[in-house]
Design a protein around this ligand. Sequence first.
Ligand code: NDP
Length: 246
Amino acid sequence: MSSLVGKTALVTGGSRGIGAAIAVRLAEEGADVALTYQSNKTAAAEVVERIEALGRKALAIPADSADSVAVRAAVDSAVTELGRLDILVNNAGTGVLGPIGDLAEADVDRVLAVNIRAPFIAAQAASAHLTEGSTIITIGSCMAERVVFPGGTLYSMSKSALTGLTKALAREFGPRGITANLVHPGPIDTEMNPADGESAAAQSGFTALGRYGQPAEIAATVAHLAGPEGRYITGASIAVDGGFGA
Ligand code: NDP
């Protein structure tokens, strides 16, 4: 595996779960990787160690995605420390689920800031640095396309906005040879959505395969999109969801 030798990546929310799997997989493919995290310094340091053990450069940046200044600074740090930026993965995300009447305005502000504004700001900040062959990959959700439980108004709304962002980025950056794609995970076994959680059996039941996915299964698609074999894919929403949307 060496399709990304000479490339650098920034993965937001790369300290745990899907983001950590993406960060490590991109390093396995040869990329140097910067990752952001919100508060879990220990987990971020562990991912950095795993990447360095692969012989790649790694950098952990504390940056709350709700803070636009921090998001811009993270992009700048990645470029400064790694020398360039080829792959931006907008992975950090948050969800507040519940009946619409129970959601506070502060919940709305935070979810929209982390799930929508941060990917926009990161893409804007990265724009000046991305060159031909670069890519922006955003992590959406199967709940952008199919909402099977009540309580998803805020989270589903935030994730579906990424479709418009991704298509518009593809159009805007296409002439520069830069791609933009959206990956919609189904239920994936992470601390956000553990495969032994309360609603896990029901979530598995909504997939065609009848099981949770693993973070590595999302990372594999991200690596494909970032690599040379994914260069003709842009503006796409790709479900990696075990058939949740089928
Ligand atoms: P986890 O909760 O397991 O991990 C979240 C990661 O993102 C951590 O590294 C965390 O940092 C970081 N993070 C969270 N909030 C912020 C923030 N405000 N600023 C910066 N970093 C932040 O989540 P998952 O891996 O499950 O989810 C990753 C993405 O995949 C999200 O966008 C989520 O919506 C999406 N997704 C997940 C699904 C699932 O079933 N797991 C299904 C569909 C989509 P720290 O370690 O510091 O807390």
